[in-house]
Design a protein around this ligand. Structure first.
Ligand code: HPA
Length: 272
């Protein structure tokens, strides 16, 4: 096992004596408040977990909650790491592999994203059906640990079909409309130009963002099931009629908080 992962596992086990949940939820920009719904038995700021890289973005709290939500045991990352913060993409693997080593089987990833579809505006929720990694980098670059996963992992179904179906069913049960589409990943931190957005649309993208894909690749590599949800916070550059700001991302997160929470709690209930 990687040294950082081994240290993180030991560090978490030292503080959290009980069984680690089999499900992890990563909260994206503006969605951190969902942590209020987690009845946390243990709260670990990332800088207290040895080996864990620390995130620095505004709107990201940077702590791990371990407890229960919607009746299901759940660990929740309030705040994630991004390549644009300067973390080498391989570092993004550390939390995911730590969770795997602790017995986690499912990863729920959420993010804020810009929409490339006119009919999918701010406030929409999009189930991620597939992704395009346009970042030019991959978190699995480097020596491969065959015990963790294969050198050339298959990415035919990154986003688990059964979990997507369950998420859509939760949406129906809560009367929360869900779109579905392809998420395109760029490193950021600059938002895209209108020309880039026109190109991404031609490539088959429905939404664009700066996270999620590295974690999803690492999770699939080590055998986890992944489900992803994007909160559309804006129309992407050139489709939007005004400049794109991070403030808008946070504001839309706040506005969507109630419906996103209901959806997520219902979904978690089905995992209980
Ligand atoms: N582009 C990239 N990332 C984003 C956007 C966007 O328009 N909105 C929220 N995250």
């Amino acid at each position: 096992m990687d040294e950082a992962v081994a240290s993180a596992v030991a560090s978490i086990r030292k503080v959290h004596g009980s069984a680690f949940p089999e499900t992890v939820l990563i909260l994206g920009s503006g969605l951190g408040r969902f942590g209020e719904h987690v009845k946390a038995e243990t709260i670990l700021p990332y800088d207290t977990i040895e080996g864990f890289p620390v995130s620095t973005v505004a709107g990201h709290q940077g702590r791990l909650l371990i407890g229960e939500a919607g009746g299901a045991p759940l660990a929740c990352m309030q705040g994630r790491l991004h390549v644009y913060e300067g973390h080498p993409i391989q570092e993004i693997a550390v939390p995911i592999r730590t969770f795997r080593a602790l017995g986690v089987k499912r990863l729920i990833v959420t993010n804020a994203a810009g929409s490339l579809r006119k009919n999918m505006g701010p406030g929409s929720l999009m189930v991620i059906e597939d992704h395009i990694n346009l970042s030019g980098c991959n978190p699995l670059i480097g020596p491969n640990d065959d015990e963790t996963g294969p050198r050339f992992p298959d990415m035919s179904t990154v986003y688990d079909v059964e979990l997507r179906t369950r998420l859509r069913a939760a949406g129906e049960a809560e009367d929360v409309k869900l779109d579905a589409g392809v998420y395109l990943y760029t490193t950021g931190p600059s938002f895209e130009t209108p020309a880039e957005i026109r190109m991404f649309a031609k490539l088959g993208a429905d939404a664009v963002g700066m996270s999620t894909v590295p974690e999803a690749i690492v999770a699939v590599h080590c055998g986890m099931r992944v489900v992803g949800l994007s909160l559309i916070t804006n129309h992407a550059a050139g489709i939007a009629v005004h400049p794109i700001t991070h403030t808008e991302t946070l504001e839309e997160g706040e506005k969507a908080y109630e419906k996103m929470s209901r959806l997520m709690l219902r979904f978690l209930t089905t995992l209980a």
